[in-house]
Design a protein around this ligand. Structure first.
Ligand code: FE2
Ligand code: FE2
Length: 173
């Protein structure tokens, strides 16, 4: 097989991390839905779907490289939030954590001279730049608007011009 046992284990852990991010974003979306912010809710449901797709990319990679898929227990996501800022701050922390996890996978690929894995992982590194950047922008917009001004954030998100090309529209793209 192309994948080492250690890399296989780290990829399996990352499958859990990506599914964990997906569950966390479902909870953030649900919070926004509950407080009457449907565009933000839709945005996070879309993010949740993207995280699920990331998990599935790692599943496909492990299988293609001759590895074994073992999905770890996924910790329960946080489902209570004090505010929109609280919820999106948590999402930004998640993106920072995932970026470190992807970097650690890239470090393993380099140290093992697993250039196939390295090539596969570079896509995720680029994706993390985009996801960090759009989440950071969203958090700044929420802080600027304040809790009473969140409809402005809804309108900006709804216009599809707020967060760049891939995360801008409520339906995703
Ligand atoms: Fe992800
Ligand atoms: Fe992400």
């Amino acid at each position: 097989m192309l994948i080492s046992q250690a890399m296989n284990q780290q990829v399996n852990a990352q499958i859990g991390n990506e599914f964990g991010a997906s569950l966390q974003y479902v909870c953030i979306a649900s919070y926004f839905d509950g407080v009457g912010l449907p565009v933000l809710a839709q945005h996070f449901f879309q993010q949740a779907e993207e995280e699920r797709q990331h998990a599935m990319k790692f599943v496909r990679y492990a299988l293609d490289a001759g590895g074994k898929v073992v999905i770890p227990a996924i910790p329960a996501p946080q489902s209570e939030f004090k505010s929109a800022e609280d919820a999106v701050s948590l999402a930004l922390e998640w993106e920072l954590t995932v970026t470190k996890q992807i970097n650690a996978l890239l470090e393993r690929a380099s140290s093992e001279r697993d250039y196939v894995a390295h090539d596969f992982l570079e896509w995720f590194a680029r994706e993390q730049l985009e996801e960090f950047s759009s989440m950071d922008t969203l958090l700044k917009m929420i802080r600027r608007a304040g809790e009473s001004g969140l409809m402005l954030v809804e309108n900006a998100l709804g216009s599809g011009r707020a967060l760049g090309s891939t995360n801008a529209t409520p339906s995703g793209g």
